[in-house]
Design a protein around this ligand. Structure first.
Ligand code: ADP
Length: 369
């Protein structure tokens, strides 16, 4: 399957290149840059960066490209989105012969999200470390402490929030605005609410300007104290788009104590430094195993690695979450542990980290201690 997807991705890139060279004479893609091509089991997602002003004029071209990709062998569905975070090029981009090209205009500065106090990104260097579990439980714990909280699932290609929240209602659309789904006291939005799980990713209608951008710009978040953003694992386009589009207060990096996950966490911390998002600190998940029968604590992954690593990187350590079967079981059942069992060891661990985080935010990102 992955080899098949690789072959499709190559064919998609070739097709886009053809469209772009036609553009040299005609007007097909109007100077769009290929930002990303993602193929998963025959589903194709392409994002093209264009100048904001050009986006409406390129809608027809977008549809033509999308239809052409959908006709490629092996493709079950194609979605092409235009992301408009690039500023309009200067009037004379094509420099006359012999003269240097006009410099690219600087990227637009990230803007605060209207009505939203703080934006917190939850990240991890690799998948499976419990980043989404942490995002959900932190968001619910913050809401339970009386704050107005939103939770945005920025994992567009692998959304897990609907399952973890036990929600699959479709968000209401009002005009060109999407209304978040309320779950466990939190305003939530996820690609998983908009498309069937395992079905083709089709996202049309008012949404043509790039998934993350739309979640930020076209969702009616209302007045929020904190918007928690569950990022996809790793260090890719979505992280970059987020940092360019909105002013992110800070990122929380989730890691397990194993060495390999730590190395990835280190990479994530460095990436945030590059895009100028402050790292608020590191959370160690699956920190130790607490036997549900006898309460015995075993440190199967060599507990404490994230704390030591955070210190080495000059980052704050925000706390640790034990490895507990109930965390997984409640997650799978769609009932976050902080709401279902707030007095359990897991519930208290998440609540303590949320409280520390809230305090840190009040203190302006600095260590409140
Ligand atoms: P990620 O978002 O990093 O890919 P998830 O949050 O989806 O990871 O978690 C991966 C799996 O591990 C899920 O089945 C989740 O329920 C489970 N899990 C996460 N944290 C814990 C924990 N502390 N104890 C037990 N299971 C956990």
């Amino acid at each position: 399957m992955p080899e098949k997807d690789d072959a499709i991705a190559t064919a998609v890139r070739r097709l886009l290149a053809n469209f772009q060279s036609e553009d040299a004479q005609g007007e097909i893609l109007g100077g769009a840059d290929i930002e990303g091509v993602l193929v998963r089991g025959g589903l194709v997602q392409v994002s093209l960066a264009v100048a904001r002003e050009r986006a409406p004029a390129l809608e027809q071209a977008r549809r033509a490209v999308e239809a052409a990709i959908a006709r490629l062998p092996g493709v079950t569905n194609a979605t092409v989105v235009l992301t408009a975070h690039r500023a309009a090029p200067a009037a004379t981009t094509a420099a006359p012969a012999g003269r240097p090209a006009a410099p690219r205009p600087p990227a637009p500065r990230p803007q605060p999200l209207p009505g939203v106090g703080q934006v917190i990104a939850v990240a991890s260097g690799k998948g499976g470390v419990g980043k989404s579990t942490v995002s959900v439980n932190l968001a619910v714990a913050l809401a339970r402490s009386g704050l107005r909280v939103g939770l945005m699932d920025a994992d567009i290609y692998g959304p897990s929030l609907p399952r973890m929240l036990g929600e699959n209602r479709r968000p209401e659309v009002r005009g060109d605005r999407l209304i978040p789904v309320q779950a466990w006291g939190v305003s939530t939005m996820s690609m998983g609410f908009l498309v069937e799980e395992d079905s083709a990713v089709i996202w049309r209608g008012p949404m043509i300007m790039g998934a993350v951008q739309q979640f930020l710009g076209q969702v009616e978040w209302g007045m929020l104290d904190i918007l928690v953003v569950d990022l996809p694992p790793g260090t890719g386009d979505i992280q970059l788009t987020l940092s360019q589009r909105v002013k992110v207060t800070g990122a929380v990096v989730v890691s397990t104590p194993q060495d390999i996950a730590l190395i990835d966490a280190r990479r994530a911390v460095k990436m945030f430094e590059k895009v100028e998002i402050p790292v608020l600190g590191v959370i160690e998940n699956m920190s130790y195993f607490c036997c549900p029968n006898c309460g015995h604590r075993s440190e199967i992954f060599g507990h404490g690695g994230a704390r030591a690593e955070a210190a080495k990187l000059g980052q704050a350590f925000l706390g640790e979450i034990p490895l507990l079967p109930e965390i997984r079981a409640l997650s799978d059942a769609g009932t976050p542990v902080v709401a279902a069992a707030p007095e359990s060891e897991a519930g208290r661990a998440f609540a303590a980290i949320a409280a520390g985080l809230a305090q840190r935010l009040v203190a302006g990102g600095k260590d409140p201690a």
